[in-house]
Design a protein around this ligand. Structure first.
Ligand SMILES: [Zn+2]
Length: 282
């Protein structure tokens, strides 16, 4: 009996009933304590396959203008220099596409883009009509070039990447305008920096249409990386030239892109896929 009493006393001495509420609190505290801080994703290296664009004539290559013209078999030379650079970029695209078709590298009519100064990117067209892009461009972002390339303009109806063809050509024209300014060369154009921002908007709309209408095409990471690189280049040219070549349209496009309620979808897409290029410019 004595033994039983001793065991009983020992039991109560060492038994420590846990209050269920206390236990929950401990667990709660634990949960809060081990909550990990979200780690920022490291910037992914962008990659897309390029080819070299060879020099095809003896044009003087001393500046950006010369770099472009010397790679064009049939350069345009009879206009102001940045326009010649723009048009000659179209001609380079055309010669790259024709070479692709003639060499049987592609089955369908391809897209080919000259990346200043000496590379190119090649990809087939997405499967929808170019006019589908229009509805992704809100009213507040339809500017002077909209009617030239959308609306009644039905040319290149089956080639949505025609918009990117223009984007790259405007970028190359603006590269020449900046380079000529740096070299003390006169630039006659009234709005050399409007093209890169106006076509950045139309190109984002093109990507939005691709993602919706040809998702398999959009999943091509090389296309996304090419577009990322082109958007980045366009923003840096715009930032460098915005005050050298001021224009009311470029300011209006930037303001509307950043603040217009009808541009919300475009902004969301740019945040998701294009690191908020343009949106973070003051
Ligand atoms: Zn053009």
């Amino acid at each position: 009996m004595k033994i039983l009493i001793i065991i009983g006393l020992l039991f109560f001495a060492f038994y420590n009933p846990q209050d269920p509420e206390d236990k929950t609190n401990v667990e709660k505290k634990k949960e809060v304590a081990v909550e990990p801080e979200p780690k920022p994703f490291p910037a992914r290296k962008r990659f897309f396959t390029t080819r070299n664009v060879p020099v095809v004539n003896n044009f003087d290559m001393k500046d950006a203008y010369g770099q472009i013209i010397s790679r064009c078999r049939t350069p345009q030379l009879d206009n102001q220099r940045m326009t010649n650079a723009h048009e000659s970029t179209h001609f380079i695209h055309s010669q790259l596409r024709n070479d692709d078709v003639l060499s049987h590298r592609v089955k369908t009519f391809p897209g080919a883009f000259y990346i200043f100064p000496d590379k190119s990117f090649h990809i087939e067209q997405p499967k929808f009509l170019r006019k589908e892009i229009e509805r992704y461009i809100p009213a507040s972002l339809r500017f002077s070039r909209f009617n030239t390339y959308f609306g009644k303009n039905k040319s290149w109806a089956e080639y949505p990447l025609y918009i990117i063809d223009e984007f790259v050509s405007y970028i190359n024209g603006s590269i020449v305008a900046l380079d000529d300014h740096k070299n003390g060369q006169r630039v006659d154009s009234l709005d050399p920096m409007v093209g890169p921002i106006e076509f950045a908007v139309y190109s984002v709309a093109t990507c939005m249409a691709i993602k919706d209408l040809d998702p398999e095409y959009w999943n091509n990471q090389e296309f996304q990386d090419f577009m990322y690189d082109t958007m980045k280049k366009s923003e840096s040219i715009f930032k460098a030239g915005r005050n050298i070549y001021p224009h009311k349209n470029q300011e209006e496009i930037l303001t509307n892109l950043k603040t217009s309620p009808d541009a919300e979808n475009i902004r969301a897409f740019m945040k998701e896929h294009f690191d908020s290029f343009f949106l973070s410019i003051d």
